[in-house]
Design a protein around this ligand. Structure first.
Ligand SMILES: Cc1cc2nc3c(=O)[nH]c(=O)nc-3n(C[C@H](O)[C@H](O)[C@H](O)COP(=O)(O)OP(=O)(O)OC[C@H]3O[C@@H](n4cnc5c(N)ncnc54)[C@H](O)[C@@H]3O)c2cc1C
Length: 302
């Protein structure tokens, strides 16, 4: 039996390759100084879904909510083996916190009727690890976090969860949502054949931008006609990135963007750990006794 798998992926700033000041003076992220990449654990989530499809059949559809630039991660997902990709983009989604983001993603997921949804455990920029659990709650799906290994037998999933100091095996009925950790797998690299085939895949918003650049003096009507024609050509060749806005999702606007975001950021602090912030204890009986004493004293344990 084949499974309908959906993978949620996010484009994030690459914090490992900072090319200038990472933070602006107002404490917000200076995205211009940081190249954008596929959120690392979302690659593990994609790999987990691709393995389900390879073993049992079915499809893998990748969704991202973001600016048109996020099409880069969608093309990357196609190069790695995704069957279809969806860009959810809408100005009215700006300023969404995790609650609004998961609501919008839940509307998109409902359109796809998945058996399984895979998310990364955490995004390296927002870093909350909230979107996966919130999405499961909104869809009424069983939630399994910290996924390392998955076996499927009909509508029953058996999952190994990494619980930090060991693992736990749990069983659940589908539909289910999994948040996947880095230790789950080694994401497959992009396949050259797939990259050659899908490198021209474009979302309508990207096609419209190209038409705008190539035909600067055309009327808005002529540009719209040309955009529609090019999108139809791409669709005929299986190269169209699906694009949905909040109307396509029939989303309740009071749950989206700033209106649907109760989070208020009061202060952003840059914390630099100084060398003296850690202590070393020798791996001896005396060292372990001293370590335990300190941990009990500062109430970390006991
Ligand atoms: C008050 C406020 C305003 C904000 N305004 C904006 C804004 O205007 N523009 C903006 O870009 N961000 C904005 N953010 C950040 C935005 O809320 C988070 O980036 C987003 O909700 C995801 O949270 P996270 O990064 O902690 O992801 P996590 O919860 O750590 O992510 C876990 C997993 O969920 C999935 N996931 C997360 N985000 C997405 C996504 N967008 N698409 C698909 N899958 C996803 C991925 O699988 C990811 O690995 C704002 C945040 C706050 C608090």
């Amino acid at each position: 039996m084949g499974y309908n798998c959906v993978v949620c992926v996010k484009q994030v700033p690459d914090t490992k390759r900072i090319t200038g000041q990472a933070m602006k003076e107002d404490g917000t992220v200076n995205r211009a100084a940081l190249p954008a990449v596929f959120n690392p654990e979302d690659l593990n989530a994609l790999e987990a879904a691709l393995r389900v499809r390879d073993e049992h059949g079915g499809t893998v559809t990748v969704i991202t909510m973001g600016l048109p630039a996020a099409c880069e991660v969608l093309r990357d997902a196609l190069f790695r083996g995704a069957d279809a990709v969806v860009l959810v983009t809408d100005r009215r989604a700006a300023a969404s916190d995790t609650l609004a983001t998961s609501y919008i993603l839940s509307c998109a997921a409902k359109k796809l009727h998945p058996d399984l949804i895979f998310c990364g455990r955490q995004a390296i920029d927002g870093d909350t690890a909230q979107v996966g659990p919130q999405l499961a709650e909104k869809l009424g799906f069983t939630l399994i976090t910290y996924l390392e290994d998955l076996k499927l037998d009909g509508r029953v999933a058996t999952a190994r969860r990494n619980v930090g100091n060991g693992y736990e095996v749990v069983r659940a009925r589908l539909p289910a949502l999994f948040t996947v950790v880095e230790s789950a797998n080694h994401p497959r690299p992009t396949a050259v054949k797939r990259a050659m085939k899908s490198k021209k895949a474009r979302a309508p918003v990207e096609v419209a931008k190209a038409v705008d650049t190539e035909l600067p003096s055309a009327t808005p009507e002529a540009k719209a006609v040309e955009t529609k024609k090019r999108c139809a050509e791409l669709a005929a060749r299986g190269l169209q990135i699906m694009q949905w806005n909040l109307d396509d999702l029939q989303a309740d606007l009071s749950w989206c963007g700033g209106a649907g975001s109760p989070t208020k950021v009061h202060r952003i602090q840059s914390i630099v750990l100084a060398g003296g912030d850690y202590k070393e204890f020798p791996p001896t009986e005396d060292g372990v006794t001293r370590l335990l004493g300190e941990l009990i004293e500062d109430h970390t344990i006991g």
